[in-house]
Design a protein around this ligand. Sequence first.
Ligand SMILES: [Zn+2]
Ligand SMILES: [Zn+2]
Length: 86
Amino acid sequence: MNPSNVLDEIHHEADTSEDDVDDSEKCSVCKLFTPAELKYCICLTLVKWAQCDVFDSWVHLKFCTPVQVLRRGDQFLCPKCASKEK
Ligand SMILES: [Zn+2]
Ligand SMILES: [Zn+2]
């Protein structure tokens, strides 16, 4: 199991201004760059992102989708697209 296969991004809250972030780089579910839950967390938290196969939009894993882990090559639908599929 190679850890580099997992899409990981560390976002440093201190040097990230929400205003400077392009909409396309924000989560399509919560519309935020950093999950609201992490706003109040002073610890450095690893936020994982998943890209929706339909809209190429990004979603916070674990926070904005029930999906916790995604491996490269896995199909992923954001909650919006997943609900449309049903
Ligand atoms: Zn989110
Ligand atoms: Zn989607």
